[in-house]
Design a protein around this ligand. Structure first.
Ligand SMILES: [Zn+2]
Length: 427
């Protein structure tokens, strides 16, 4: 079982021995989630709606107040008789979550408190391919310490750090198995980052960027709450995060969703993974920037990252300005996008496919062709009813998902937050 997956943890409750500490923790979680999902209400309301007895609810609320997760916000007068009921709400203004997304050419940092207030939102340039992993981790650690210091100044204690990685991740161990586009293999990122930021009291969780982006879409994106959803990352690499019936689909070892490396063209271009003709060579960033100069489909490591970003901006400018060559090239990439979407529709029957990252910048040029191709390939045709839409989270989906991972872990186990939050100084 992967401890960071809320849905797995929820199901594991059913088979754990129900000792008192476990029952208490689950009830704290139940009350906290109830306040988050249903909004402010009285102790009596919570007791009636959760089937917990009133004395238990009072005791649970007292503990949640001590941990800084719940506070009283006013009173409700229910008629002319009886005492007015005190209203409780989710607090979390002193408890924070920090998300990091490490990518080929940038690291994104996103810090919030548990009530959703955004305290840190930054993007720093890095060159992950050009330097050894240790150097990238040192750079990321520097940005992390700065963000922790910002949370500290805001009076917020971090409950944890979530890290999004574009590659295969061993969630249980917090390690990167392989991240082709970063050039990383067997990197124990959670342990190394934890050592480098010198904050052993702040747990670090790691997951795949597409998985975290899909969870962000499901939690807070434009398609929030859609139980059958596929997210496509549109970066140098293309991966998918799959939500089935409201739960993240991981597979046996957590490596599902690597749709970017489905072979679609045996005679095609060499991929960052070392194979030839993978789907991401047709629709990834290198293919998109190639739309400005058709025929130029060198892999990303053949050019500088600055060059890639500048050229993507040039493609957007040309296509938006009506350049027919660029528009035709993008329509061709859109058809490849629809080809992959069609495979996903036949395999998973999602309600919506959310195209993220660079795809959002070019959605108007890519998605019309993608929709036609997807519908052509879907065996059930229009009956599948699947939509393909641009993400409203843009390039922030992965880092929001990474922070969301920490928020969810607090909602799952409120006892992870100290009863008397200790603020610490960060250098
Ligand atoms: Zn590949």
């Amino acid at each position: 079982l992967t401890p960071s997956d809320p849905s797995l943890r929820a199901s594991s409750r059913l088979i754990e021995p129900a000792d008192q500490a476990t029952v208490r923790r689950n009830n704290l979680s139940l009350v906290l989630r109830h306040l988050r999902d249903q909004g402010p209400r009285s102790r009596a309301d919570i007791a009636a709606e959760t089937q917990l007895n009133k004395a238990t609810v009072s005791s649970l609320v007292a503990e949640l107040e001590q941990r800084g997760l719940v506070r009283e916000t006013g009173v409700k007068h229910a008629g002319s008789v009886g005492r007015p009921a005190r209203i409780l709400r989710l607090d979390g203004a002193r408890v924070g979550a920090l998300g990091l997304a490490i990518n080929v050419d940038y690291v994104a940092v996103y810090g919030t408190d548990l009530s959703g207030r955004v305290l840190v939102e930054r993007r720093h340039a890095v060159d992950a391919l050009g330097v050894p992993p240790a150097q990238t981790i040192a750079t990321v650690a520097g940005h992390t310490r700065a963000a922790l210091a910002d949370l500290d100044r805001a009076g917020v204690t971090p409950a944890g750090i979530g890290v999004a990685i574009p590659g295969l991740v061993d969630v249980g161990q917090g390690g990167v198995v392989v991240a082709p586009n970063l050039g990383w293999r067997d990197v124990p990122i959670a342990e190394r980052l934890s050592t480098a930021i010198v904050a052993p009291h702040v747990p670090v969780q790691v997951d795949n960027d597409a998985n975290l982006s899909a969870l962000a879409e499901f939690w807070v994106g434009g398609q929030a709450g859609t139980p059958n959803l596929v997210y496509l990352t549109g970066e140098v690499g293309v991966g998918s995060g799959v939500i089935v019936e409201g739960r993240l689909l991981r597979g046996a070892a957590g490596f599902s969703g690597e749709i970017g490396h489905l072979p679609v063209d045996p005679g095609g271009t060499r991929c960052g993974c070392g194979r030839t003709g993978c789907w991401e060579t047709k629709v990834g960033l290198a293919a998109l920037v190639g739309a400005a100069a058709p025929g130029d489909t060198r892999s990303p490591d053949g050019r500088s990252l600055r060059d890639l970003e500048d050229r993507l901006a040039e493609v957007v400018r040309l296509a938006d300005g009506g350049d027919q060559g660029a528009r035709d090239a993008l329509a061709g990439i859109g058809r490849w996008l629809g080809y992959g979407a069609g495979l996903l529709v036949n395999l998973l029957n999602p309600q919506v496919i959310v195209a993220g990252g660079c795809f959002t910048l070019l959605a108007g040029h890519l998605l019309p062709a993608a929709r036609l191709e997807m519908d052509r390939l879907a065996v059930a045709g229009a009956a599948t009813g699947c939509r393909i839409v641009p993400s409203e989270l843009g390039f922030t989906a992965a880092v929001r998902g990474a922070a969301g991972l920490v928020v969810e872990s607090v909602l799952d186990d409120p006892t992870a937050v100290s009863q008397v939050p200790l603020l610490r100084g960060y250098p």
